[in-house]
Write a protein that binds this ligand. Structure first.
Ligand code: NAD
Length: 431
């Protein structure tokens, strides 16, 4: 194990949840090891004529419940260890929301902001070229993640289809609508988290206008959850991106912030009245300070390991909804639980993305496309049901919500593994 292994940290969840789920220890032994790992190098001819070689990974963690599914991340800090952790979380996430997939993840070590669009296209096609025998609509289906988007998914689908000599839209999800993407995929992760928060609102009898919210990470997932909460009256008092955070006690007009951020690629406080947008006073704070704000609801929606032993004791929010994958380290989780914080865990809170990816795959295979209302309706049904199931396990076992979510996931994966025969069965102890 390296100095700090995200994967080793992630699978610590297995023991406690395995006990509550009462699964065979063999199930846990299987889940401690990814099923298959592919490492590739991707040579790219750059615009200036030089050659650069990029390193990429794809990890398939477990495929007992169906083909593996998970995003592809472009980031300079991508590592095999990180991709393994993300693939493990995907296995558990698909089981929590009970969609027929196992878990996978991919990544390329690159800062996409340093590449031209043509270089980015070559890199994305090159990745699929190397991975063509490893992925497929019946085996392993990628999707977008940090710093990858619909256009990149479209290039990848096109490259895979070229290699197979047939149109294969179901090989990848999160595609542009014009290339077989699903309506409602763009905001699915944020919307799924929003449906969880609405369930919590009912349980805790919240009055939205009284609830203050801080959102770390104003990308795809963070923007949409902020937009939907803001539309219901929640007061979003702080948001941030990789360059820093802004704070405004009265709350921000989120649609204006989104417009400004997406047009200018930077975060500045804007406030919209009617059709006139004007810059408003806001305080610049650091990303660290955002996490420690005295708000009711904290939504980490950037990267993993943002709340660690270093800052856990300073977190004031009573409720944390993990839209990012793994934003709270396992040590920090213990501190927060001791402080009676409610943490809606990533494998539930951000499962809306993979759920609508599943809808996209179903539509591609059927060749029959749904309306956006159908997508929202089905997503809400799955998120609300899953939230309720996890909440009930938490109440029943007097445990925290993360352990409850893993308990549900491991029970479902365990049932699938045991259906293929258990130790007792092969020993002849069980008919
Ligand atoms: P994105 O690339 O659209 O946005 C990421 C945002 O985080 C950007 O605004 C970036 O500036 C910001 N950021 C980066 N480093 C930061 C830092 N140190 N502090 C504050 N902000 C920082 O990515 P995304 O798709 O929104 O993904 C965000 C998180 O949600 C990731 O953990 C991802 O794994 C998870 N997630 C995304 C999806 C999806 O469908 N997009 C699904 C499930 C989980």
């Amino acid at each position: 194990m390296s100095e700090h292994s995200l994967f080793e940290d992630a699978i610590k969840q297995l023991d406690q949840a395995g006990e509550l789920a009462k699964v065979d220890p063999e199930v846990l032994a299987r889940l401690r090891h990814p099923k298959a790992i592919m490492q590739v190098s991707i040579p790219v001819r750059m615009d200036d004529g030089t050659l650069q070689v990029f390193e990429g990974y794809r990890v398939q963690h477990d495929s007992t419940r169906g083909p593996t599914k998970g995003g592809i991340r472009y980031h300079p800090d991508v590592s095999l260890d990180e991709v393994k952790a993300l693939a493990f979380w995907m296995t558990c996430k698909c089981a929590v929301v009970d969609i027929p997939y196992g878990g996978a993840k991919g990544g390329i070590i690159v800062n996409p902001k340093d590449l031209s669009r043509m270089e980015l296209e070559k890199l994305s096609r090159g990745f699929v070229d190397r991975m063509a025998d490893f992925i497929g609509p019946d085996t392993d289906i990628p999707a977008p993640d940090v710093y990858t988007n619909a256009m990149i998914m479209g290039w990848m689908m096109n490259e895979y289809s070229n290699i197979q000599r047939k149109s294969t839209p179901a090989v990848i999800t999160g595609k542009p609508i014009a290339l077989g993407g699903s309506l409602g995929r763009d905001d699915a992760t944020g919307r799924g988290a929003y449906y969880c928060i609405k369930e919590l609102e009912r349980k805790r009898k919240w009055e939205p206008t009284q609830i203050t919210v801080a959102v770390q990470g104003f990308g795809n997932a963070g923007q949409h959850v902020a937009r939907l909460l803001h539309a219901d009256g929640y007061r979003i008092v702080a948001v941030s991106d990789s360059r820093g955070a802004i704070y405004r006690e009265e709350g921000f007009d989120i649609p204006s912030l989104i417009k400004f951020k997406n047009e200018s690629r930077q975060l500045k406080a804007v406030y919209c009245e009617g059709s006139v947008c004007e810059l408003v006073e806001s305080q610049n704070i650091t990303n660290e300070a955002l996490l420690e704000l005295d708000v009711d609801l904290l939504i980490p929606a950037a990267l993993e390991n943002q709340i660690t032993l270093d800052n856990a004791k300073d977190i004031k929010a009573q409720v944390i909804v993990e839209v990012a994958n793994g934003p709270v380290s396992s040590d920090a989780n213990k501190v927060l639980i001791e402080k009676h914080k409610l943490i809606v865990p990533d494998i539930l809170a951000n499962a809306g993305g993979v759920t609508v990816s599943y809808f996209e795959w179903v539509q591609n295979r059927a060749g029959f496309y749904w309306t956006v209302d159908e997508v929202h309706h089905r997503l809400q049904a799955i998120m609300s049901r899953s939230f309720g199931e996890v909440y009930d396990i938490m109440d029943e076992h007097l445990t925290d919500m993360r352990t409850a979510a893993y308990t549900l996931a491991i029970k479902r994966i365990g049932d699938a593994i045991s259906a293929g025969g258990t130790r007792q069965y092969f020993n002849g102890d069980q008919k």
